[in-house]
Design a protein around this ligand. Structure first.
Ligand code: HEC
Length: 207
């Protein structure tokens, strides 16, 4: 019950953060010609929905991850992530009627490599993070009419066991297992508080 309360408090905090930024300011930073911010009212609504989905997905993923780590350590959890993370996010996409993706400049799963539009958002977020600013959730309307939501994914202590600095927070023996599963892995070297990547959630075009 207490943890549920904590989640609620965190959720409200994040929601407050996501709506605190002024939508009109965001819309000035349109990254491409064909993308533009929808009306102020929609922006607030879509941001709320996007945050709910991102947090819901994160909750499911990290809950399963913790359980797998408790059961069989980091190696077990890495194998578990390998088989479950992608299909799980995919099935949540169906449940929420929105396409849910995660993308990063340094990917583990090649399917999470950024699209050109995601790359623009990643570049902007990384520039903000480098300037000491906290990147904020963003809404874009695509040329197709679909609505895209983006939000930063930040590193926490727990994440470093699989994404941290090799030989320090990330044990060599654990990384050997990860590299077997992902020979091209690039997703290490992070510290807590680093920008890891983005949520990229696409809603169908409104009627
Ligand atoms: C037990 C190991 C493990 C832990 C702990 C872990 N991850 Fe991962 N992470 C993985 C694996 C494995 C993948 C690839 C999943 C796939 O194939 O879809 C991944 C993929 C990702 C991706 C998708 C981008 C990419 O590189 O493919 C993001 C974003 C991510 N992790 C963030 C996090 C965050 C944030 C945390 C902490 C809350 C975390 N991870 C904790 C193993 C882990």
């Amino acid at each position: 019950m207490k943890s549920l309360f904590t989640i609620l408090v965190v959720a409200l905090g994040l929601f407050a953060m996501s709506t605190a930024c002024s939508p009109s300011k965001d819309s000035e930073k349109t990254p491409t010609e064909e993308a533009s911010a929808p009306s102020t009212l929609d922006t607030v609504q879509y941001k709320k929905q996007g945050m709910e989905i991102a947090m819901g997905t994160f909750k499911v993923l990290s809950g399963q991850l913790k359980a797998a780590m408790q059961e069989g350590g980091v190696k077990n959890a890495a194998q578990y992530c390998n088989t479950v993370a992608y299909p799980l996010v995919d099935s949540l996409s169906g449940q929420y009627n929105a396409q849910i993706r995660r993308a990063s400049n340094k990917v583990r799963n090649p399917k999470d490599a950024p699209t050109p539009r995601e790359q623009e958002i990643l570049d902007a977020y990384h520039a903000q993070a480098a300037a000491g600013e906290q990147p904020k959730p963003q809404i874009r309307q695509l040329a197709s009419g679909e609505i895209a939501f983006y939000a930063p994914i930040m590193m926490q202590d727990l994440c470093l066991k699989c994404h941290g600095k090799l030989g320090e927070t990330l044990k060599a023996e654990d990384y050997a297992v990860i590299q077997e599963l992902y020979p091209e892995d690039n997703a290490i070297g992070y510290e807590a508080g680093d920008l890891r990547g983005i949520w990229s959630i696409t809603f169908p075009a409104p009627n």
